[in-house]
Design a protein around this ligand. Structure first.
Ligand code: ADP
Length: 163
């Protein structure tokens, strides 16, 4: 039996941005418990290891007791089943996101009939924000402090040497 009061927010979070943080904060207001699930996918090349991404998210949300941050290397519907999760949240920015997210939702709902998928529109302030853009900006030494939490700024400083 899935629990409709427990939600998950899966993603790469490479690295987490204010866009992700905004979706997480709003989801925490809607559900009793939120699992932020960092995809540990060997086929997707990430700048940060799954451990680094989990650690930084845990640090950012250290004062929230109703959040769980984990990494997972399987199908997200399997994680949902294993943890009795009833809702999967995905953030959507623009129309481009919607097509991809809709197809993904169809696949996930086909694999797990009892799962609800919820699309949460981005906050207009973060409409253009994506992790790849942050990595690109950091590589050129641009200031990203308004776009990612302070903990991510520190992580980028350690990992990215500007050109
Ligand atoms: P994935 O590789 O699964 O797309 P991402 O880390 O890129 O992982 O994104 C995870 C989720 O966060 C996705 O649902 C994505 O649409 C959403 N997201 C990413 N950036 C933003 C943003 N700026 N505003 C709202 N949602 C966002």
């Amino acid at each position: 039996m899935t629990n409709p009061r427990i939600a998950m927010f899966p993603g790469s979070f490479d690295p987490p941005t204010m866009g992700h943080i905004n979706i997480i904060r709003r989801s925490l207001k809607l559900y009793d418990r939120l699992h932020v699930v960092v995809a540990d996918n060997i086929n997707k090349k990430c700048l940060f290891s799954a451990q680094e991404r989990v650690a930084v998210l845990k640090d950012i949300f250290s004062s929230s007791s109703n959040i769980e941050v984990v990494s997972y290397d399987g199908l997200m519907v399997n994680y949902a089943r294993e943890n009795n999760i009833g809702v999967m949240i995905r953030g959507v920015r623009a129309e481009g996101d919607f097509g991809y997210e809709f197809e993904l939702a169809m696949t996930n709902m086909q694999m797990m009939k009892e799962l609800e998928v919820l699309f949460m529109p981005t906050d207009p302030s973060y409409f253009m924000l994506r992790s790849s853009q942050i990595k690109e900006m950091a590589a050129f030494g641009a200031d990203v402090s308004a776009l990612v939490p302070a903990q991510v700024v520190e992580l980028l400083k350690k990992k990215v040497i500007p050109r």
